[in-house]
Write a new protein. Structure first.
Lengths: 467, 467
């Protein structure tokens, strides 16, 4: 039996297509100042679409950077809970442009064996994930015969997520009263596979660091001085080699102290997520082998365990040919991915002390850790909101709530700010797939996933009211 | 009593200044293909200067790389020995340019407490050391009243020394007949201090290598993949950290097998060289501490022991801010300094095997070692040529031959090829100082050292004839 929500979605797919087609043509690249006007136009487009959808309150909220869009549709039921949808309307840069098979801002439908795809920058990250809510709330109203949604639905769609959300926490603090809610529905993630309905239940946090080692005051001739003075590149190699022990664990003392251990149930839930490691290596990971912390599966390593990665390293002569020097300086950029209940602010002092204890005589170390960072966040698996989410997803995928799997997102976003500032728990409803090439050329969305996203959103407002 | 050689040099210092000023303005950086035209112009300039000096034979010898300059001034005395001066007309790159106090190719005279200095890239390495011969041979002729020098003087000034002299050995083999000589006078070194006349008696050899490690096929998102796939920067750090053991020794198996041990006499002669380590650290080494192989003095470490130095290292994101990636590649440039009787050709295979044994699963290593390299070389301390050199230096410095000290040059040049191909012994006459910042920003020459170099060269032609 087809649910009335599904019937409405099926009858109105053209609306979703038309919305996405118009929105994806706006190149709202927040990282590129030349596209500031496009980011503003993207916000205006979304505000118009939300008004057309029927939201009685729609506002554009300026920030010192790109504008956010806020909308609110109060439920007529005063006792109804309040849900806040989070997403973003800015997109990643498109370079290298030559690797795109189609122009990134001319959305193109491509038929594949998996089903119809829509190719464009932002097709899923995050315009697709936001756009399905436009259809979803209409389906909810039509299916339930209501004039207002069963829960008060708020939306906050920011314009700087792909630039690190530099003004997002401030915006939340300034607008905390308007944004007050019982649950946050994050719509910026995805599912394990097209036939594997799932929900993200955790995201890793992030702390950046940069290490500078200084040896000689100037680059020295390696013939005249080599072997007699400390070489900062040698010292950097020794430092970074010591960052992990032989078990693949990060060696900063205390780094794991606040890590919430994976429970047997947590590991079991992760193990249920289908994961073809060979295909993952051959495809998205583009790697010859796995590597990482001993005693954990690949999905655990990238989703549920903290890590330290060197993102960049440089020093000395890097041009063509050879330059026989002992260089004056060595540099490295690092990011630490964090899991609940680690704090990004703890990493800087740990790293600074660790470096100071290891730096050899004659080398001076400087450790720079920018303030802030991103906190890890996680859903409460046993909360009524999670229960409502699982029921909504299960109905959209014709399965049982217990068959909706849990996944963990290794990346980091501003979601933790929502928890900290608004004090509300998170649930994640997203229609992306690991194969969607987000942040890469030829980003796409599998359209049936978007349709199911819209249906799941429609079910969710009803299920949250009935939680 | 002022020797006639000194009187002539003193009367013609302006010629030396004018020559150097013109030559140093040509940025003959052989490592940078963009400067190939400048290296050619440098050769043309030198050829013109040698013709003006009076050399009856002056030729530019092309190579597959940069051209060399050859000149010959036969002695009228058929029984006179033949001396071949070796030097080079190319210079090191100048980056980091911002650390130069004056433009590197606008030679500038700077008055200091030590005496007048000339600042420019190449001021001593090696244009200064070659230029003093232009004045020296004129002083020799004027002082002795001869039309031709007392010995047949040949000069070979190559254009690729700072790029590892890749075509020099071939050039020597092709032109061996023209270059036949009884002794080679290497003019590409220096003395222990302004008041410590000395001669180099050994030079270290050199083997270059570049290591490339490849991990993922593309840069990966460190949130989605970090902690699950091998990171080539981590692997590079581990490799380079393992290059030395805890005693400061190079860990390549067999690396030390052919090293001629330092004799007691060798160590005693080195100990006679005045060396103020604190002043060396504060000055030329510009370092906060010494470092290196256990059981050896600093002078031994930099002059008489083989070493491995990382000259450059890079990979991943090195721009402003942070980019959260697991990079696809990591790179390092290394040089190994060698001492008698090591062979540069042995290093590549040793390094390749060492890397292959250590590279972790999922990382592919490529070790590039350019063919050739530089062999170490050493003078015969008891030969009549060395005796003539010591007398020439002693006269230029108003001292006795026994007070001319022996030093070992940590740097490397193609001098060993001269020995191997031409079968002639080497002596070293150079006017550099450890404080000259060769290969570094603000290279300079102490002008009184150049003047003494010119005078010593003038004495040398007479002393060699009288040996």
């Amino acid at each position: 039996m087809t649910s009335p929500e599904r019937a409405f979605v099926q009858a109105h797919l053209d609306d979703l297509h038309a919305d996405l087609d118009a929105w994806l043509r706006i190149p709202s690249i927040s990282a590129d100042p030349a596209h500031a006007g496009d980011v503003a136009a993207s916000a205006e487009w979304l505000a118009g679409a939300l008004r057309r959808t029927g939201f009685p309150v729609v506002e554009i909220w300026p920030t010192p950077g790109a504008p956010a869009v806020y909308a609110e549709w109060p439920s007529a039921d005063d006792a109804a809970p309040v849900a806040l949808v989070y997403g973003h309307h800015d997109v990643q840069p498109v370079d290298p442009l030559e690797l795109w098979e189609r122009p990134p801002f001319e959305p193109t439908r491509v038929e594949t064996l998996d089903g119809p795809e829509l190719h464009a920058r932002g097709a899923i990250d995050d315009k697709g994930n936001v756009a399905f809510h436009l259809l979803g709330i209409r389906a909810h109203l039509a299916a339930t015969g209501r004039d207002t949604p069963a829960v008060t639905v708020k939306l906050l769609v920011e314009g700087e997520e792909e630039s690190g959300s530099p003004h997002f926490a401030d915006l939340l603090r300034e607008r905390a009263d308007r944004l007050a809610c019982d649950v946050v529905v994050v719509s910026d993630t995805g599912m394990a596979a097209p036939d594997v309905p799932s929900a993200v239940v955790a995201m890793r946090g992030l702390a950046d660091a940069e290490i500078t080692l200084r040896g000689p005051a100037v680059d020295l001739h390696s013939g005249s001085f080599g072997g007699g003075v400390p070489n900062p590149l040698h010292a950097m190699a020794e430092l970074l080699a010591a960052l992990h022990d032989e078990h693949g664990r990060v060696t900063l003392p205390g780094f794991y102290d606040k890590v919430r251990p994976l429970t047997d149930r947590g590991r079991e839930l992760m193990a249920r997520v289908p994961f073809d490691e060979a295909a993952w290596l051959a495809g998205p990971a583009a790697s010859r082998a796995t590597a990482g912390e001993e005693g954990f599966s690949t999905l655990e390593r990238i989703g549920a365990r903290p890590t330290a990665e060197v993102n960049g390293m440089w020093g000395g002569y890097t041009g063509p040919g050879h330059k026989t020097i002992v260089p004056a300086e060595a540099h490295a950029k690092l990011t630490f991915r964090l899991v609940a209940d680690q704090h990004p602010g703890d990493v800087g002092p740990l790293l600074r002390q660790w470096v100071d204890e290891r730096v050899p005589e004659g080398i001076v170390a400087e450790v720079h850790t920018p303030p802030g960072g991103v906190s890890p966040c996680a859903s409460d698996l046993d909360s009524p909101y999670t229960g409502a989410l699982l029921r909504a997803i299960a109905q959209a995928f014709d399965t049982a709530p217990d068959d909706v799997l849990f996944t963990r997102e290794g990346g980091s976003g501003p979601e933790a700010d929502l928890v900290e500032v608004l004090g509300a728990p998170l649930v994640f409803l997203g229609a992306g797939l690991p194969t969607d090439r987000i942040h890469s050329p030829n980003e796409r969305v599998l359209l049936p996933m978007l349709y199911r996203g819209a249906e799941a959103a429609a079910h969710l407002w009803r299920e949250l009211a009935a939680r």
